[in-house]
Write a protein that binds this ligand. Sequence first.
Ligand SMILES: Cc1cc2nc3c(=O)[nH]c(=O)nc-3n(C[C@H](O)[C@H](O)[C@H](O)COP(=O)(O)O)c2cc1C
Length: 357
Amino acid sequence: MKLFNSFNLSGLELSSRIVMAPLTRRRATNNNVPVNIMAEYYGQRASAGLIIAEGTSPSPNGVGYCNMPALCNKEQLNAWKPITKIVHDNGGKIFLQVMHAGRVGHMNNLPSGAKLFGPSAIAQLGDVATYNFGRQKYSVPVSMSLADIDNAVAEFANCSLLAVEAGFDGIEIHGAHGYLPNQFINQSSNFRTDAYGGSRYNRLRFLNRIIDSTIAKIGSNKVSLRISPFSYADLNENPIELRKLYLELVANLNPKKLAYLHLSHMGEAVSEKFVLWKEIRTLYSGVLMLCGDYTKEKAELAIQNGDADLIAFGRDYIANPDLVERLKNNWKLRERDKAFWYTNSAKGYSDYKDYSY
Ligand SMILES: Cc1cc2nc3c(=O)[nH]c(=O)nc-3n(C[C@H](O)[C@H](O)[C@H](O)COP(=O)(O)O)c2cc1C
């Protein structure tokens, strides 16, 4: 099977084409500092070809969820080091997903002085868990000024540099699932009339600047991008417009020579998505990773067909730290247990054991 073959990712030797998808687990401290059980958890999963560590904020403004980790100060930098070390000691490779939640969050979850930002002052629909007030409606974001945008771009670049200093093999920019760069892309969250709103080119400007500024800091072989065309975040978008926008983005990515482009689907797998994924595969000249509802068989088929180079697994990695070995040997996967996805302890997190007879 090709799935278990090693893969050269811009000079980084991956032991297989199986990737652990980024999974927010909300185990960091209330100051967004990684904790010891996170090193244990990631160390247990080092047999993945590549781990993409959970969405991590480059800014105090980007931590919309309780207990999500950040990487923008010295304490956070030092706390990430043992995590990358244990993964490397166990023979693995690890990228960091850099995720600015933007308007997806609540003021109660942000440190004092921080601002919940968005391209426009339009709240995300729905509610979110807070530290002190249970579930609350999403806060109305502050519409970012041009200086706020420059600052956020600089925060992404700075975070990429800190990630390399912390020992990560590279970063994945979170351009998916309705978080800040995605909020700029979508017409339902971006009503700006300046250089960051209106045309497709303008709505892509923020993301393109983040890509360019991180490449300038750490090199294109260490920078990758996740996008999610037609995910739940795009329900109010015009599908024709969205398709054109993603094809425009991808065409412009080719000369940037990223480590990889990662396409994810969350929620309903609408048929437009798969038509577009094929178009992106044809248009894109670099390494393509797919994620969403893959089994071993579907993953192998996608690679054999040439639809993808790498396949990421999300939910199955939560309860199966030895997922590669289980798939290789056709061992049973442990059942998914949603109850512990976002709880704040080792239970249902770092206490899943490897397969035993
Ligand atoms: C608990 C949980 C947390 C997630 N956190 C993130 C995240 O931080 N960043 C991200 O891009 N996707 C996140 N996702 C989406 C997964 O990366 C993945 O796309 C999704 O689970 C679909 O893949 P699967 O069918 O293999 O589980 C999360 C999914 C789950 C279930």
